[in-house]
Design a protein around this ligand. Structure first.
Ligand code: SF4
Length: 674
């Protein structure tokens, strides 16, 4: 077991980053007199290779910043901007929370309590441990965590049972890499050197993204489709594989089912028709298809950009099905790459209660849940998440949070937008003040994050707080772990021994298959019959218009522009958005700006029937015509009227997986009259 924080003068502490990012860096943190002075990459993890992103380099500004929550507090006066909080003791704060949860349960039923969380810290200790035990035992409403990766997860699960995928280390083996809906400069910078190495060795790179990202600038082919049309491009590639005689019949016969049904869905999508729908050159789609058909090893790196719309599930299905139809598996560097979170095959057997059958609320419908649910949500418990910044239909979420009769608990590190609506604020430790077990999901990695400094102020760990609430609410049981270290040891003991022992004794576990599985050699689909079902009936029934069925663009004459909100280099989702940043600007293509007589830097109003956002304009040709972009993860302080892109995003759901349709916002933009 590693030691607790030291108060020695200047020293280095090795730890790991648990933020929601594929890379899972190892960190080398300099501490002087109990205070962090710098955060850098360590070489303990070869993927990190001694460097980290600029976001985490700045993490000390969160740890010690003006927005840090230092003490428990209760609300005084109205909720929202200008709210005042009064410091109370932990005992007082937790007693109030427990009393209100008990009261809500007795008066309105336990489902009137809604726990709300999502990956603010992505390690195995800080979510789905004591928190899940508490809320399951209380039989609260359940939360479907769908704001990200739900459609890709549904597709990967249905096709391959979340088989481990190609890791960064094997990218250089590929002769063709298709980076689809992914921008590693913003999320997952350590992928870039591997892509560059592949190109240096002669691989072609294709990037599919509506923006000319840094990666797209270096691509052999950049396809910038209208958001939401990735499905038809993928189907056009399938059509070419099937009709051009490039489908791998031997592989399809041996390892798949229902290829013919996929072929039928692809048949109408000629290069010309797909290109017209996606508003790209037919020659580009043809080039992608021809290169993919004739190159091996060929790798598809499937991101999350293609899932954030009404066709997101079918798009992800069609993209992930390509290596099966094209016969791209079975060679190092061939197949597909996406989240490897499930590569370890770990079940969370440490959760101390079975999942109840209480109502399940899709987190993308938080606004509805807070304003329409029956029974009403009476207690909202937010942790590891800034719901007001990250949920679709932001105005409705805000209306819900403003309810006087809603009791909101926010357990957080800093004063987020959501925290301003709390009745009780509970200060949380950051990953530099406690233990966690981060998993890399681009490479396959698992390391121990350990406390670098003592908790700042009176911040407490999730284990401490949920454990104490369990006791106060009378649902703790004999043998429940108490506190963070006991919880961690409990998790270690319930992992496969090879993994738990290695984490406990060495702070890192060796990944399965040396971290470089070859698909269909080292790993097979984890479906029940180990086959790939290319047209799963259950998904066809679930899909809004049927599986692989394209749903047209929701643009109207009034709102013709697609608004996207992709990840930025400044935040991990909305984490770190409290830090200073350059003034926010809406990115628009020069032709769209000229058509509206808008100048660079102009104050603009972005609007649709749901709401409006006021900010300034940046004109640039690195976004496609007809599409505008605001960064993901903004907070209310970043715009002139306190709303972000999510105020313009409908709370409609993706065709599969119940995901968010962030890229289905359709808007118009006009100058703000001064
Ligand atoms: S956010 Fe990603 S790139 Fe940055 S330090 Fe963490 S794991 Fe590394």
């Amino acid at each position: 077991m590693k030691s607790a924080p030291s108060l020695a003068p200047e020293h280095l502490v090795e730890t790991a980053c648990p933020l929601d990012c594929p890379d899972g860096c190892s960190l080398s943190v300099t501490v002087q007199d109990g205070r962090i002075t710098s955060i850098d990459g360590s070489r303990a993890n070869p993927i990190t290779a001694g460097y980290i992103c600029a976001k985490v380099r700045r993490f000390t500004e969160r740890v010690y910043g003006a927005d840090r929550l230092l003490y428990p507090a209760v609300r005084k006066g109205p909720k929202g901007e200008g709210v005042r909080f009064e410091r109370v003791s932990w005992d007082d704060a937790l007693a109030r929370v427990a009393a209100r949860m008990r009261e809500a349960s007795e008066r309105w039923g336990s489902e009137s309590i809604l726990p709300y969380s999502y990956g603010g810290s992505n390690g195995l200790l800080t979510q789905d441990t004591g928190d899940a035990t508490l809320f399951r035992r209380l039989r609260t409403s359940r939360l479907a965590r769908t704001v990200c990766a739900a459609p890709t997860g549904a597709a990967n699960g249905a096709l391959y049972g979340k088989m481990p995928s190609v890791t960064y280390e094997d990218y250089p083996q590929a002769r063709l890499i298709v980076a689809w809906g992914v921008n590693p400069s913003a999320s997952g910078i350590h992928m870039v050197p591997y892509l560059r190495e592949a190109q240096r060795r002669g691989a072609r790179l294709v990037v599919v993204d509506p923006r000319t990202t840094p990666l797209a600038k270096h691509a052999d082919l950049h396809i910038a489709p209208r958001p939401g049309t990735d499905l038809v491009i993928a189907l056009a590639v399938h059509r070419h594989l099937f009709e051009g005689g490039f489908a791998d019949r031997a592989f399809l016969d041996a390892h798949t089912r229902n290829a013919e049904r996929l072929r039928e869905k692809a048949l109408p999508w000629t290069f010309e028709r797909a290109a017209a729908e996606a508003d790209v050159a037919a020659e580009s789609v043809r080039a992608l298809a021809e290169w993919y058909a004739t190159t091996s090893p060929a790798l598809i790196r499937c991101g999350w950009g293609q899932e954030r719309n009404r066709n997101g599930g079918s798009s992800s299905m069609a993209i992930l099905a390509l290596p099966a139809v094209g016969g791209k598996f079975g060679v190092r560097g061939g197949g597909y790459a996406m989240s490897n979170t499930e590569a370890w095959g770990i079940q969370r057997t440490w959760i101390g209660a079975a999942e109840p059958t209480t109502r399940r609320i899709n987190m993308n419908h938080l606004g509805r849940a807070l304003t329409e649910a029956d029974p009403p949500v009476n207690v909202l418990f937010v942790y590891n998440s800034n719901a007001l910044a990250t949920s679709p239909d932001q105005r409705r979420v805000l209306r819900g949070l403003e309810r006087d009769d809603l009791f909101t608990v926010v357990f957080e590190q800093v004063m987020t937008d959501t925290a301003r609506y709390a009745d009780v604020l509970l200060p949380a430790t950051t990953f530099l003040e406690g233990y966690d077990i981060p998993r890399a999901y681009g490479p396959i990695g698992m390391r121990l994050a350990r406390p670098v400094i003592e908790a700042v102020g009176e911040a407490r760990s999730n284990a401490d707080v949920f454990g104490e609430l369990s006791r106060l609410l009378g649902v703790n049981e004999e043998g429940d772990p108490t506190g963070e270290i006991e919880e961690m040891l409990d998790v270690f003991s319930k992992m496969p021994a090879r993994i738990g022992d290695a984490l406990r004794d060495h702070g890192a576990a060796d990944p399965p298959h040396d971290g470089r599985p070859v698909q269909f050699v080292d790993v097979m689909p984890r479906t029940t019959d180990h086959k790939v079902d290319l047209f799963p009936e259950a998904l066809d029934r679930e899909a809004t218009a049927g599986l692989y069925t394209y749903q047209p663009d929701p643009a109207t004459k009034e709102y013709p522009l697609a608004l996207i909100s992709p990840a930025s280099e400044r935040t991990v989702s909305s984490t770190l958005s409290e830090l200073p940043r350059p003034a926010l600007k809406l990115l628009m293509h020069p032709d769209d700006a000229a058509a509206r007589d808008l100048d660079d830097g102009a104050a603009v109003r972005i609007y649709n029937a749901q709401g409006e956002v006021l900010c300034n304009l940046q004109i640039g040709s690195w976004i496609r015509r007809g599409t505008v972009s605001l960064p993901k993860g903004l907070w209310r302080r970043h715009t002139a009227n306190g709303f972000t892109a999510n105020a313009l995003v409908p709370d409609s759901l993706t065709d599969l997986g119940g995901g968010a349709c962030f890229n289905d916002a359709r808007v118009e933009v006009e100058a703000v009259r001064q």
